[in-house]
Design a protein around this ligand. Structure first.
Ligand SMILES: [Zn+2]
Length: 276
């Protein structure tokens, strides 16, 4: 239902003015960083985890100690990965397999290509930013399409790791460590390399574009606040008001695909800015 509403979305003169202002801020930024979340993936047909229509709301949440269970019995965790018994895991697997990048992902690629965006931090695990052609992507919760060694953090395409159902878990060809899916499990720390890169990007940022996330989950929740604390600006794009809205420099109320495309349109027309 919300998907068709987004397709029919029309901007208002007031929102257009705000989008032009946001485009000015983005154009003036020395180091802009984007932060994206589930709302952007929903527009590609991937259900959210929580809230109405969320797959955990519908089918129940996975255990909160998923990582500890993995460490306790990696072979059992791998058997579940190879043929999921949990309905939510099957629904997510199918949705991610069929999903394609949307107008929001494509607009962000253009921001990067034209030099308006340095780094993109995402909470999404679907890999759609990379599929759209984005280059600098930090996936804080991992990527469904990759495997990761829990010893040395090396990431692997699945075809690089031999998975023998008789000898689970598979081992890292670099260090011999245990290999798991790259998606960060409940109870698992965010991989240190990604987290460090996020902190570096945020520390350098004077502008943060937050799209499709209410940014309430640590560590992402801290990123826009850090940018504001150091005198930077935050541009929020969200169909609904969020906890961030009141704090954001500009809060653009609308779906990511439509609003980011308009933002791109305004950036592409610098003559409008000198008139405004
Ligand atoms: Zn390793």
């Amino acid at each position: 239902m919300s998907l068709s509403a987004h397709t029919d979305f029309c901007t208002t003169p007031a929102l257009e003015a705000e989008i032009r202002r946001a485009a000015e801020l983005l154009a003036e930024a020395r180091h802009a960083v984007a932060l994206t979340g589930a709302g952007l993936s929903v527009e590609s047909g991937i259900p959210p985890f929580r809230g109405p229509g969320g797959i955990w709301t519908k089918y129940g949440e996975p255990p909160l100690d998923g990582y500890q269970r993995f460490l306790h019995d990696p072979a059992a965790a791998w058997r579940e990965r190879l043929s999921p018994r949990e309905a939510w895991a099957r629904v997510l697997q199918d949705a991610v397999r069929d999903a394609r990048p949307n107008a929001g992902h494509r607009a962000l690629v253009e921001f990067e290509r034209r030099g308006h965006l340095r780094t993109l931090i995402t909470q999404n695990i679907d890999g759609l930013h990379g599929l759209a052609g984005h280059r600098e992507v930090l996936e804080i919760h991992g990527n469904h399409g990759l495997l990761r060694c829990i010893g040395c953090h090396a990431r692997f395409e699945p075809d690089r790791i031999a998975v023998d159902p008789e000898h689970l878990p598979p081992r890292c060809p670099e260090c011999g460590g245990i290999v798991k899916g790259d998606i960060v499990s409940f109870g698992e720390p965010i991989p240190a390399d990604v987290l460090r890169a996020c902190f570096r990007a945020v520390a350098a940022a004077d502008c943060m574009l937050v799209a499709g996330t209410s940014a309430t989950v640590y560590p992402a929740a801290e990123f826009p606040l850090d940018v504001l604390r150091t005198g930077g600006v935050v541009i929020e794009v969200n169909p609904e008001e969020s906890e961030l809205s009141a704090m954001a420099t500009i809060s653009l109320r609308g779906p990511g695909g439509a609003v980011l495309s308009r933002l791109l349109g305004c950036l592409a027309a610098p003559s409008d800015r000198s008139v405004a």
